[in-house]
Write a protein that binds this ligand. Structure first.
Ligand SMILES: NC(=O)C1=CN([C@@H]2O[C@H](COP(=O)(O)OP(=O)(O)OC[C@H]3O[C@@H](n4cnc5c(N)ncnc54)[C@H](OP(=O)(O)O)[C@@H]3O)[C@@H](O)[C@H]2O)C=CC1
Ligand SMILES: O=C(O)[C@@H]1CCC=N1
Length: 271
């Protein structure tokens, strides 16, 4: 259980309870956040969140401990425009792109932390990166880390400049992995397996390999070599996948670069 004493006493406001906000809220409630201490603002809140003891689309409490902004970057202007003065509240944003400077303009003098989580947070297996502005104290950063640890691991960044690359790697990354499952399953089907069997094999291969990569002492490169018998099947497959010109490395480099650049665009206010 996380120490949410301060938040339970002063409350938390969550603005936007969609895929990411909902995933985090699930972990926080499981981690000891009291439902009555949470105000959720979301005009189209999913039915699963009704009747859970949360304060839904209610007036904001006086001086909440934390305000979490989890709306799309394109909606952030509207959301910020509806916020009162919250000078004694820790503001946390999970929005891609939107910069600390944008939030500082909306909440002058407030402690603000940008966090970049990912959706495995929904099952407590997320990874979040965080960076605070100049008004954050160690206590603010510790409180943010406690919240995000309730839904997975946390790393602290040295500079906000790293945030777009983090977004392009670990926040968008689950989608790349899900697509890899889709691609592996389709490839298995092309070799004659049934769709259901191919999907089960692909899904569990990615899940098992991911778990092994986390729990094993060896680097992923060594784990890959452990699978690869000289002149065997894996070597034949990897000769295609690891091709320096047409394989996964240049494709993944372009993928993460495109996502990173999109984060920068969103930070400049692009629609
Ligand atoms: N999904 C992901 O994997 C990740 C997302 N993020 C970030 O999280 C944020 C949310 O993304 P995600 O959860 O995917 O988006 P969703 O669209 O699933 O959730 C956003 C929610 O906020 C609601 N909303 C819109 N405007 C307002 C408002 N003014 N006040 C209150 N609620 C509002 C939306 O309602 P409606 O649908 O009616 O517009 C929706 O329910 C984004 O900034 C994104 O960059 C970060 C890391 C990973
Ligand atoms: O696609 C997006 O813009 C959001 C941010 C990272 C993951 N989803």
């Amino acid at each position: 259980m996380s120490d949410f004493t301060e938040i339970n006493r002063r409350s938390l406001v969550l603005v936007g309870c969609g895929r990411m906000g909902g995933a985090m809220l699930t972990g926080w409630l499981a981690g000891g956040l009291e439902p009555g201490a949470v105000t959720v603002l979301d005009p189209k809140l999913a039915p699963e969140w009704q009747d859970r003891g949360l304060r839904v689309n209610a007036d904001l409490p006086d001086s909440p401990a934390v305000l979490v902004l989890a709306v799309k970057p394109q909606m952030m202007g509207d959301a910020l425009g509806a916020m009162p003065d919250l000078s004694d509240t820790l503001v946390i944003s999970v929005a891609a792109g939107t910069t600390l400077a944008t939030f500082e303009a909306a909440f002058p003098g407030a402690p603000i932390v940008r966090v970049m989580p990912n959706t495995p947070a929904a099952i407590g297996q997320g990874i979040s990166a965080m960076i605070g502005n100049g008004a954050t104290t160690p206590a603010h950063l510790d409180l943010t880390e406690a919240l995000m640890r309730a839904v997975g691991r946390v790393v602290r960044l040295e500079s906000e400049d790293q945030m777009d690359a983090v977004t392009g790697l670990s926040a968008s990354g689950p989608a790349y992995v899900f697509h890899m499952i889709e691609a592996m399953a389709a490839a298995g089907e092309a070799q004659g397996l049934s769709p259901a069997l191919a999907l089960e094999l692909a899904r569990m291969t990615v899940a098992g390999a991911g778990a092994l990569a986390v729990h094993a002492d060896e680097d992923p490169a060594v784990l890959r070599q452990n699978v690869t018998s000289p002149n065997g099947t894996t070597a034949a497959g990897l000769a295609v996948l690891m091709d320096a010109d047409h394989g996964l490395p240049p494709l993944m480099a372009r993928t993460v670069a495109a996502a990173t650049e999109r984060g920068r665009e969103l930070g400049r206010g692009a629609a």
